[in-house]
Design a binder for this molecule. Sequence first.
Ligand SMILES: NC(=O)c1ccc[n+]([C@@H]2O[C@H](COP(=O)([O-])OP(=O)(O)OC[C@H]3O[C@@H](n4cnc5c(N)ncnc54)[C@H](OP(=O)(O)O)[C@@H]3O)[C@@H](O)[C@H]2O)c1
Length: 372
Amino acid sequence: MSCTQLSTSVACWYGHGGRKKPAFCRVRAVASQAVEKEGEEEKINLGASDLKVTRLGIGAWSWGDTTFWNDFQWDDRKLKAAKSAFNASVDRGITFFDTAEVYGSRLAFGAIPSETLLGRFIKERKEKDPQVDVAVATKFAALPWRLGRQSVVAALKDSLSRLGLSSVELYQLHWPGVWGNEGYIDGLGDAVEQGLVNAVGVSNYGEKRLREAYEKLKKRGIPLASNQVNYSLIYRKPEENGVKATCDELGITLIAYCPIAQGALTGKYTPQNPPTGPRGRIYTPEVLTELQPLLTRIKEIGDKYCKTNTQVALNWLICQENVTPIPGAKTAEQADEFAGALGWRLAGEEVDELRSLALKIKPVIGFPVERL
Ligand SMILES: NC(=O)c1ccc[n+]([C@@H]2O[C@H](COP(=O)([O-])OP(=O)(O)OC[C@H]3O[C@@H](n4cnc5c(N)ncnc54)[C@H](OP(=O)(O)O)[C@@H]3O)[C@@H](O)[C@H]2O)c1
């Protein structure tokens, strides 16, 4: 099957709006493996830390979750799919995984903590493949009743216990604290000094808070490695609010979450076939209608490189430099597809053209914690 035939098949399938996986997907996975064997890229340092991670990571929010992604149903089938997503990522050389203590929180009926699942997948993989080197990023929930630096180390120890690990590579503050952040930043420094984490970062931090966190850690000789924010072709707030420029200036890696706009940039959702659940309130038929010209152009450009929409959308982020996207994978096929975003680059004029087209689309709503 040629690249053009392959892309056409993808488009035809999505055009029918179905959910079930078509048989050609298997062909696509095999074909992309051949194309992307050379797609692995050198690991990069996260900010000025000595932590090296793959150029793209995998988000594990949907693993075990029942509130946002899984319609209150977490079952064996989803568990197997998540495990296969983990293993497919590792097989393809993508070994950076992002989770959080609140993903799959036990407060939600039927949920299993994402950290527990990730820890289990790592353990099982290491039993077969002891050399495998996985980098885990997790996050501290800055809940209003959690005060002071000791709450950070205490929460991290709970995360480590769920993960079954003695340390993690990256610990991030998931969102800014309502009462301030000084204690939390001190707690991140304590975690480094106690050898519980390799590097530290923040998430959903605006420019001012980012600079404050950077300076406070710098006094202890600890680099602020990353800021994880919502960033995609159709959510470019970090370019507009100074966050991307500040990350570049201070040498902080911008970790891009929702990099494929929760599936909306993949082409699988259409005005006739919008996503269900909470996502459906963001990517409404109106939003998806507005997206069509951009998706058409993404597809045309992708055809030229033998790449899917998903791969083009992720590559666009990688082309911004100093950006590490962490798309969420629910299945092995999705993880396989992400690997194909590496090992090539869009041309500069294509990057600009896609931004210009995206500028015509009304911005979608982001995660409210960004505005804290
Ligand atoms: N720090 C924060 O506040 C924050 C907030 C949000 C997310 N995050 C992190 O960022 C990660 C990624 O964000 P996200 O999961 O919200 O959004 P995303 O990566 O933009 O989208 C992931 C979703 O897109 C769909 N998808 C994935 N690959 C696909 C493919 N190849 N073709 C078609 N559809 C595909 C899947 O859903 P369906 O198959 O159901 O369509 C998947 O769950 C999260 O897992 C989490 O680790 C952090």
